[in-house]
Structures are given as C-alpha cells and as structure tokens.
Design a protein around this ligand. Structure first.
Ligand code: ZN
Length: 104
C-alpha cells in the first residue's frame, strides 16, 4: 500500500466496491497471439477473434496484484469489484479501516 499516492487512495475509496465471488467471464481471444480481452458486447471480427464464454480466467488486485480466479490454489477466489476492476479483501480492509472514526 505504501506505493499508492493519496490521489490513488482517494480514487480507490471513491469507487463503489461490491463483494463478489470471482467468476470467469466472456473474453475475446486473439487467434494469432492468444491475447485475451474482456468481452462486454463490443463488435469484433470473428476472422481474428474467438469469443470464449469463460475465456477471462483471472484478474489481479489493482493494488497488490494478487491473483483473483476461481482456482483455490492460485490466490484469492473472492474480492471486491468496481468498474471491472478488482481488489482483494486485504487491500479493501486497508482502504476502508473499520475504526476510522478518528481521522478527519
Ligand atoms: Zn490486494
């Protein structure tokens, strides 16, 4: 967390994080390079991309980069999400300390 600027903290705190179990989501897989990008209904050229329903296989915590996936052996399997970004429970707890009443 030390590497975050106060602007970063303000930005992350301003987002509306929702606790969720991580689940795979659709992705477009580039046929040639194998790169995945999230599929959110955008148009694509099937000559260059395959639409794979569970092709988005993991995310990373925006802050500590821990792996978030449905694989219990590969890191976290749930966390907080907002605007297609994910943070882990540990970072969420640091962003939103339960006893923050003293801070002004
Ligand atoms: Zn984290």
């Amino acid at each position: 967390m030390d590497q975050l600027t106060s602007e970063d903290l303000q930005y992350y705190r301003s987002l509306d994080w929702i606790f969720k179990v991580w689940q795979p989501s659709p992705a477009l897989i580039e046929k040639k390079a194998g790169n995945a990008r999230p599929f959110v209904g955008q148009s694509f050229d099937p000559a260059y991309f395959d639409l794979v329903q569970d092709g988005w296989t993991h995310d990373h915590c925006e802050i500590c980069f821990v792996n978030l996936s449905d694989d219990t052996e590969a890191g976290e399997t749930d966390g907080y999400t907002a605007d297609r970004q994910w943070i882990c429970k540990t970072c969420h707890a640091k962003l939103f300390p339960p006893s923050d009443g003293q801070a002004s």
